[in-house]
Write a protein of this length. Structure first.
Length: 342
């Protein structure tokens, strides 16, 4: 079915295609008959996964960035996701980078984005998630909160933004993800360095331990880290008692693409996601699993567009997987195909 609509969607800009897609998803999820039809078409029975002290209906989740403001969770639950990660959210609303800022590379089954943490802000997301909790979260779907800092906030004050997001979202999300690895906020990746990252995570964990029931905090890392930097990440995870990592975010690397280099360069800066990231993200997962040992959780993301690519991540050491770009190229049946294939 998606093969009929995909050529039409690819005729319009990626951001507009996204808006059209989620509009019709939300519309279908709003009415019992069409909601039932969505579940019948795209749902798949699976053995629940017990991890992070939570019950995931299945191991396939939606990566952060697709539903930044938590507007589409009911519809996404109909597509069979076991969990959805909202955000990245920042304390104050921000427009993100100038458009165009999202690009398709069809020859590579990839996307380049420089969105820049565009979101409606912490207050809007908190209100939306509170309402969802009060009405009942659909189908037992797990909700993660991906938190970041505003562009105008200096790295020296970044911890204040992360703490604000943590405090506001704590009652409404099931786990947290600290995003210091987006390439689209100037200077953000500097927070991945050992000293500032350890400080930030310790502050979050101190705040977490003050809660009646501390929640899992994971760290989302870039695929462009060296082995030495990955060694530091493993040490930091243990030193700060983090629950685990999400590997990986988008890459700034442009090597090995089928799209002509001049065309890629003309698109400008941004993070590359999709099929070209598959091998590197798997390599990072395998390396980190060896360094971390069996206990910390790893959520694998990067180039997952089939059951085979999801299995590759799990065999490398991931406990759960997330998709995003694969959804653009494969359509809403992707989750069902992965769950059934696994």
């Amino acid at each position: 079915m998606y093969s009929l609509f995909k050529p039409v969607l690819f005729l319009i800009s990626p951001e507009n295609a996204h808006r059209v897609s989620v509009f019709f998803l939300d519309l279908a999820a709003a009415f019992p008959p069409t909601r039932w039809l969505l579940k019948a078409l795209f749902g798949a029975a699976a053995k629940p996964v017990q991890i992070l002290g939570l019950t995931f209906p299945n191991p396939v989740g939606l990566a952060a960035g697709f539903d930044k403001d938590g507007k589409h969770i009911r519809g996404l639950a109909c597509l069979g996701f076991g969990f959805v990660e909202v955000g990245t959210v920042t304390p104050v609303p921000q427009d993100g980078n100038p458009k165009p800022r999202l690009f398709r590379l069809p020859e590579d089954r990839a996307l380049i984005n420089r969105m820049g943490f565009n979101n409606e802000g912490l207050e809007a997301l908190t209100i939306r998630l509170k309402t969802l909790r009060q009405q009942g979260v659909p189908d037992g779907i797990v909700i993660g909160g991906n938190i970041g800092k505003n562009k105008v906030t200096t790295n020296e004050d970044a911890h204040l933004d992360y703490l604000k997001c943590f405090d506001a979202l704590y009652p409404w999300v099931d786990y947290f993800v600290v995003n210091v690895s987006s390439p689209n906020t100037p200077g953000l990746r500097e927070l991945q360095e050992k000293e500032p990252l350890t400080r930030l995570l310790n502050l979050l964990q101190e705040q977490n331990q003050k809660q009646p029931a501390p929640k899992s905090i994971l760290l989302k890392i870039a695929p462009d880290l060296t082995d030495s930097q990955l060694d530091d990440i493993a040490q930091i995870v243990h030193a700060t008692s983090l629950s685990g990592v999400i590997a990986t975010n988008t890459t700034i690397d442009r090597s090995g693409l089928s799209t002509p280099s001049a065309d890629v360069e003309a698109l400008g800066a941004g993070g590359l996601s999709g099929a070209p990231l598959r091998t590197r993200s798997t390599t990072v997962i395998r390396y980190l699993r060896e360094k971390l040992g069996p206990a910390p959780v790893i959520i694998g993301v990067g180039g997952i567009d089939s059951a085979a690519s999801a299995r590759e991540k799990l065999e490398a050491g991931a406990n759960l997987v997330q998709v995003y770009s694969g959804l653009v190229y494969e359509g809403p049946a992707l989750v069902k195909n992965i769950v059934k294939g696994l």
